[in-house]
Write a protein that binds this ligand. Structure first.
Ligand code: MG
Length: 257
């Protein structure tokens, strides 16, 4: 084989390998596809929109009220009402910016049950670790009753909640850690499916992409909105990218084929 042919063959192999890597990256809409008409972050509308454009998954945030009701909201408070220290009856009356009432987790999962997108549930870090552990059990019970176990992925910044999910979720459920302070090998040891770390953390710990492959865990990177950053994650073999711009990422992945 001439040198030129060898170079061409190597380039072809590289292209195939790059394609294989790119084809694997899945799109997760961050707090749903909220940057769409009529949607707002964590609204049921944003979940439906994420599904309608074919996102692999749609992420949302969960808090538990002081009397044990689960709600979908990003911030600790909604219209000045703090969820973890308030009663459900006071939280239910609150509206999102698109006019929807704050969804309960049950309403959110009911909407999700009619869709195909994976439900990427983030349990927020609560002040009381026992309250948080109770939230994990309640979530898993509700999901089981609704027959949605295979549709769920769990993520959390809270190490105690991570451990609770791993302990109580059915075998095969994927649980990811968000906080960025544990290596892939440590997460594997804990029984997590992988790391769900910020772009900044992954840039600082570049070797974790390779370490994750070696440890047999997956990598999700958040919140990646810029095309060059998306490309960087794809080239490094990210299994998932969580983004506020799912259509931009889908377009990029389509053009990489
Ligand atoms: Mg979140």
């Amino acid at each position: 084989m001439t040198m030129k042919l060898k170079i061409m063959a190597a380039a072809a192999c590289f292209a195939v390998a790059a394609f294989a890597t790119m084809a694997q990256t899945r799109v997760v809409a961050h707090r749903g596809y909220w940057d769409a008409p009529g949607a707002s972050q964590n609204s049921i509308r944003s979940l439906i929109k994420a599904d309608s454009i074919g996102c692999w998954g749609s992420e949302f945030d969960v808090w538990m009220s002081v009397d044990g009701s689960l709600f979908v909201n990003h911030d600790a408070t909604i219209n000045g009402v703090e969820i973890q220290s308030s009663r459900a009856r006071d939280i239910k009356q609150q509206r999102l910016s698109n006019g929807e009432f704050i969804p309960t987790l049950k309403q959110y999962l009911q909407a999700g049950s009619k869709l195909k997108t994976q439900l990427v549930l983030e349990l927020k870090e609560h002040r009381d670790v026992h309250h948080e552990a109770k939230a994990v059990r309640k979530i898993l019970k509700m999901v089981r009753k609704m027959g949605l176990e295979s549709r769920m992925t769990y993520i959390t910044f809270s190490l105690p909640a991570l451990i609770e999910f791993i302990k109580w979720a059915p075998a095969g459920t994927e649980v990811y850690y968000l906080d960025g302070d544990l290596s892939p090998a440590k997460l594997k040891h804990l029984g997590a499916a992988g790391l769900d770390y910020s772009l900044r953390t992954m840039k600082q710990h570049f070797a974790w992409f390779e370490d994750a492959k070696r440890a047999g865990v997956k990598v999700n990177v958040w919140t990646v909105n810029d095309e060059a950053d998306m490309q960087w994650c794809i080239e490094n073999g990210a299994d998932f990218i969580t983004t506020n711009a799912p259509e931009r990422l889908q377009h990029l992945l389509d053009n990489s084929k």
